[in-house]
Design a protein around this ligand. Sequence first.
Ligand SMILES: [Zn+2]
Length: 218
Amino acid sequence: MTDKFTISDRDVLLVVDIQDDFCPGGSLAVPGGDEVVPLINSLAGKFSHVVLTQDWHPRGHLSFASSHPGKPPYQTIEVSYGTQVLWPDHCVQATAGAAFRKDLEIPHAELVLRKGYHREIDSYSAFYENDRKTHTGLAGYLRERGFTRIFLAGLAFDFCVRYSAEDARREDFEAIVIEDACRGIDVDGSMADTRELFTSLGIRCIPASAIEDGLVSP
Ligand SMILES: [Zn+2]
């Protein structure tokens, strides 16, 4: 049986990339990506503090296969900061695909953190861009707000959720992934790799049902 988690004022729910392009019908659809939205809406009601991330690329972004003639999506290339998976064009700034899902209802979200806006660096993580050095500013924000424990949900489990959880640990926050509120892509065994990594870093995966009902007063 999974332990129950009582949410306090030092906890924050990080909702990762619930955007049209990552849902069925979008350009980089995560299978079942839309299915997590009702669960995330109800989870968010149990947290006083919620942060949303939004993938937000300029046109011609380095991570787009279309920026590398002859390279198909899902192939990898070597770039200055290491290996980069090439993706279909997605979440281009101010396009419909970059918008949050219309059925995502979290009016009390306190911050929308955009990432991936530097043309030459991708950013899976909400904390660091893919060079693993360039900060997004989120760690400082969360620390200044006094949060110590970060619960993660969203898309995709094996990319943006994974890297965000890993960097949350690296920044000395406790990281807990709400697994049934995530969906993955699974490129070259990335789902299994993610689970292994979480175990090795002490990142727990829990079901949404492990979060106690009842909103703490802020
Ligand atoms: Zn992206």
